[in-house]
Ligand binder design. Sequence first.
Ligand SMILES: [Fe+2]
Length: 171
Amino acid sequence: MTYTLEKLAKNCHDELAKDPVVGRAAMCRHLEEALKDPAFVKANAGPDQTSPRHLLYEDPEFKFCILTHYYPAGKHVGPHDHGPTWAIYGQAEGTTTMTVWRVEEKDEAKNTGKASPVKTYDMTPGVTRFYDVGVVHSPRRDVETRVIRIEGINQDTFTRIDYEPVDNAVA
Ligand SMILES: [Fe+2]
């Protein structure tokens, strides 16, 4: 049976209704299941999807958002967090090389900070990862990439912090 966007949205909604914290891990599993379905990937992260950020669904009750992203080869984003919210990254196509960083300094009034790298790993199609509030990460895309992301609240409604790297030695 095809995994649809509507099914993913309903499953995520129901998990958060059951438990707003445990539900986030469960949402990762639902997104993983969706990404295993080629029909879901084609419908929501297919070749016709060429926007760097496109909102697929925003939950009226819990405010989480499901988004699809297209990144051309060479699209790298520096270390950042997602301000007051968490995010789930799900790889639909290509590979994202993700680095997680440790916060060394943070000035929320100025929206600035410094961070050093902790670990780096590759995310391949079907892989999802949860980044809690304040977890700093930087995605690197050396190939054309498509990603489905879930944000706790719509990132367009706040300013995230971009961090200055202070150590280039990735463990
Ligand atoms: Fe991010």
